[in-house]
Write a protein that binds this ligand. Sequence first.
Ligand code: C2E
Ligand code: CA
Ligand code: CA
Ligand code: CA
Length: 378
Amino acid sequence: PINDSLGHAVGDRILVETAERLRQQIGPGDLLAHFGGDEFVAVVTSVQEREQVTLLVGRLLAQFHNPYRFDDLEVSLSATVGIADNSADFNYPVELIQRADVAMYEAKRRGGSSWHWYSSNLDAGMQQQVELRTHLQEAIQKEQFELFYQPIVDSLGKPRAVEALVRWNHPDKGYIPPNDFIPLAEATGQIIAIADWVFERTCRDTKALVNAGLDSVSVNFSPLQFYRDDFIENVAATVRDYGIEPGQIVIEITENVFMRDSEHMINLLHQLRELGLRVAIDDFGTGFASLSYLNQLPVDGIKIDRTFISGIDNAGRNSAITRGVLMIAKELGVRTIAEGVETEGEREFVVTHGSDLMQGYLFCRPQPLETVLKWVAE
Ligand code: C2E
Ligand code: CA
Ligand code: CA
Ligand code: CA
């Protein structure tokens, strides 16, 4: 992923230069398009013979032999090409591009700078992923997403906050849970567009939720979002546009964001908090290092992952870990939220050991805005 490590400005320049390099190789009547993320599509009618296509692809791949130079930066890229031809009778151009995509994934799987022709016996699972991705693109364009909100309650059971959880309301398949499309969207870069929608909608709904008596609304952020050049400005502008207090938004991130480039991440978290937003570490305990650096992270809260909460009232290991985490968090002045509380026994245990807040099916499942507003008002 081009933008991950270099920042958006260089990423954009690489895309532009790549487009220029590729453009020179294809005919004047051929089409070249940026397909999103780091992908391009070329629809080529100027060559027809298989050997000629292969030669063209060789020339396209050769464009990546020379490094890109920007100021004092030198960047080397590799590329993979998937090829499909239009001979068969199918739904043009959607299926043509899908087939090229399947072939590209196959080329990737084989590794290196390479190309691959589509054939119908390529892995069916791959085909499914490619289709899902195409549908996801459509979902983004048609805004087929909805936010559900799950209450977060205090030790007395009083609702204090909610977490926004995205749902894909597919016209044929109904609600698709985030675990079935967020990982793919993260891999393809589509998460950026989805995240914009999610954050915008969260901010829009925050006023009603706060008016209902809640302190804050939590929203999940993916690592990729932090690598946009305009990340901080974008967040600040959205919060401002909807006229909400920055402190009413809690940004949830997982520990994995610190795995790479932790200095950059910590710096951004400081900036978010300077704006007045709050930050919480999600799924705490499942990532790497955890407690060992908790004192170095600019965060307001941690959410103890539900795997540590499940059965906590009758099992040894989990309960020891969770008690330890609760104690240390208290000492550091970091707020704790126990996730996935499903039973009365679990609730009692975490309350007894000092968890500030709780979230789980025991209290309430994620619900549409209207339902959750009613639940909070009760
Ligand atoms: P998460 O952030 O850990 O969210 C909590 C998940 O646990 C939610 O699943 C919620 O429905 C579920 N849950 C809550 N209480 C209980 C319980 O008592 N028992 C059990 N078994 N589960 C419980 P959901 O909504 O399917 O979300 C799954 C994950 O998808 C989230 O995990 C989060 O990582 C990701 N996600 C959701 N919305 C977004 C989003 O807008 N952006 C990004 N980047 N990721 C999102
Ligand atoms: Ca890619
Ligand atoms: Ca979360
Ligand atoms: Ca979580």
